[in-house]
Design a protein around this ligand. Structure first.
Ligand SMILES: Nc1ncnc2c1ncn2[C@@H]1O[C@H](COP(=O)(O)OP(=O)(O)OP(=O)(O)O)[C@@H](O)[C@H]1O
Ligand SMILES: [Mg+2]
Length: 601
């Protein structure tokens, strides 16, 4: 079967966090950008039309001023009470006062038009009055439109040296029957100041013909251009139009334009802005939001990795620990404190479980080795008992006959010597057999109440001399309130002597200490501890020392029955004998004996 690709939990968490953040940030960004865009559109439209209205008022008042001054010129031109010379002087003075006026022409129905002009302005621009007349001849005034409107204004620039507009009004002289048409050529200077250049807005004025009359970029005024890009221009130019705001294309770019009509002639003022410029701040906001989103995402990703690692690390540890426990390694702990959450609790429970299992496993192992040991000892006992049983009687026979023969043999003969050896060796064998029987608990001894402390004192008295010869000091620490046990004092004494002699022998002639301690460890349990500071017993030897005939001593020096006999005696008393030894430090034999009444025993 193909193994499925496993995604670690930390990546799943991180992915989930990232997805949530991305979705939330995207929604916020989209909504904000959308709201901002809508808001900005309304704002831009309002702004363009407000500026247009404002500009239209300014332009209207400028034009009104031009019209009023034009009336002054005309009145003077019609003045009948002055001499021609005086009139010319005054008109010249007026041209000097109102510098933007270039030429003024009065159209009479029957006679040729009369023109007054500012020779200096024309000369400065390198023009003559004939140039103006020629321009007018080529571009006749739209009579119908002039009659229809009270005022007619157009861009009449025909050279880039002098930007002009033509203002046409009708003037009713009190002495005349019909109104006269008055045409004034006025420099565009002041008007251009009003539509002055702006960084982002294009402000322009459209004349009665639908051509640019003023623009924030004056270069657009010559040659005269039609504003044909403005949608619904016809309607806007209509005197009853209220203006409006439009979105349209200008020179390949999307623009927003606000338009306001002028109450002088059919002029309109336009304020136009490129959408890209208008939405610059919106785009900047969007860019910033995108950068912030990216930073947020990066932070979220890093935090995600950090947190998920923190979150999954303990799980990983737990998983590894569980595998070890599965393999039978119970001596293991997982730190769960640091997380302080459910995983921490789980880790604590796991530790508890592992330690419980560890304790149980140790107990099981101990029980198992104790069982193996006791079975082994039982088997040895059985074997010993069998041997003792089979050998005991023939041995007794040999000893009997040897002793009998000895009595009847001459003491100086060789036979006597041989018989003596037979008697001695047989006695040794008998001694071994007796010991084997003690180990196999085959020997019948009488039990009675015994004071353990007294037995200890007696045993010390017996071995004290031998120990002191061998530079071994004996110490004791006996508890007072030790109750009597039910047993055999001689046997217990034998055990204690065995243990003390063993300790002394282990010290191998070196000075040392042996101490005997008694204590009541439980209401019904007495402990005797025989402690020495000898060489200790290696671990691999410890499990064998109670076996019969196990000895580390040279042949003939020890039979290896001392501890086996002691073991048998203690078991016979319903007690336990345990060893606690460390090489180089010493050995302790701990004997526990039950306190029993004779009835219980
Ligand atoms: N206190 C001790 N310190 C070090 N080793 C010890 C101590 N007691 C016993 N042993 C070891 O245990 C072995 C078995 O002791 P055990 O008394 O059964 O036999 P043994 O002393 O060798 O011979 P036996 O007692 O029959 O003369 C000893 O040979 C010795 O190696
Ligand atoms: Mg011994």
């Amino acid at each position: 079967m193909i193994k499925k690709f496993n995604i670690p939990i930390r990546f799943k968490i991180m992915l989930a966090v990232l997805i949530i953040i991305t979705v939330v940030v995207s929604i916020i960004t989209f909504t904000m950008a959308n709201m901002f865009h809508t808001d900005k559109t309304a704002y831009i439209q309002d702004t363009t039309s407000t500026i247009a209205v404002h500009k239209s008022q300014e332009v209207a008042s400028l034009l009104k001023g031009y019209k009023e001054r034009l009336h002054i010129f005309v009145k003077l031109m019609y003045e009948r009470d002055l001499y021609q010379e005086q009139k010319s002087k005054l008109i010249k003075q007026l041209f000097e006062d109102f510098r933007e006026y270039i030429a003024i022409t009065l159209y009479d129905t029957d006679i040729t038009p009369a023109t007054v002009y500012d020779a200096e302005s024309l000369e400065n621009a390198g023009l003559t009055i004939d140039d103006l007349a020629l321009y007018r001849k080529d571009n006749p005034l739209p009579e119908a439109q002039i009659h229809e409107n009270k005022i007619y204004i157009e861009n009449s620039t025909f050279t880039d040296k002098l930007y002009t507009m033509t203002m046409v009004i009708s003037y009713q002289d009190p002495y005349e029957k019909v109104p006269r048409i008055v045409e004034a050529v006025i420099s565009l200077g002041n008007l251009l100041e009003l539509t002055g250049r702006s960084e982002i807005f294009d402000t322009f004025l459209v004349d009665s013909r639908g051509n640019l009359l003023a623009h924030s970029d004056p270069e657009k005024l010559f040659p005269v251009t039609s504003v044909d890009w403005i949608p619904e221009l016809e309607i806007l130019l209509n005197p009853s139009s209220l203006g409006g705001t439009f979105e349209y294309e200008y020179k390949g770019k999307q623009v927003v334009g606000g338009f306001a009509p002028l109450d002088m002639g059919s002029l309109i003022i336009g304020v136009q802005i490129q959408k890209t410029a208008a939405y610059l701040s919106a785009r900047e906001l969007l860019d910033n939001l995108m950068i912030i989103s990216f930073i947020l995402l990066t932070i979220a990703a890093l935090l995600g990795i950090f947190w998920s690692k923190r979150f999954t690390k303990p799980i990983e540890k737990l998983s590894n620990a569980t595998k070890k426990v599965g393999k039978g390694e119970f001596d293991i702990t997982v730190d769960g404190e640091e997380t302080g959450d459910e995983i921490g609790e789980l880790s604590n429970s796991f530790n508890q479980m592992a330690s419980e299992l560890n304790i149980r496993e140790k107990a099981l192992k101990d029980a198992h080795s104790a069982l193996v040991h006791s079975e082994k000892m039982a088997a040895f006992g059985q074997l010993g008992a069998g041997i003792a049983h089979e050998v005991k009687n023939p041995l007794a026979g040999i000893l009997g006959f040897a002793q009998l023969s000895l009595r009847k043999t001459d003491k100086d003969s060789n036979i006597y010597k041989n018989l003596s050896v037979i008697e001695k060796e047989t006695k040794r064998c008998k001694n071994i057999i007796d010991n084997l029987m003690k180990f196999a608990r085959q020997e019948k001894v009488s039990f009675m109440p015994v004071s353990v402390n007294s037995v200890v004192e007696d045993s010390i008295a017996i071995v004290d001399h031998q120990l002191s010869i061998n530079k071994v000091k004996l110490g004791k620490k006996l508890e007072d309130n030790i109750p009597n046990i039910y047993g055999n004092g001689n046997q217990i004494q034998q055990v204690l002597i065995n243990l003390m002699i063993n300790a002394q022998q282990a010290m191998n002639g070196n000075p040392g200490n042996i101490s005997l301690e008694t204590a009541l460890v439980d209401a019904d349990k007495i402990e005797i501890c025989i402690r020495d500071d000898g060489p200790g017993i290696p671990e691999e030897v410890q499990s064998k020392i109670f076996e019969p005939f196990f000895t580390t001593k040279a042949a003939g020096e020890g039979t290896g029955l001392g501890l086996s006999v002691s073991y048998g005696i203690i078991k016979d008393h319903g007690g336990e004998i345990e060893i606690d030894s460390e090489t180089g430090k010493g050995t302790s034999f701990i004997i526990t004996l039950p306190v029993k009444s004779s009835e219980e025993a």
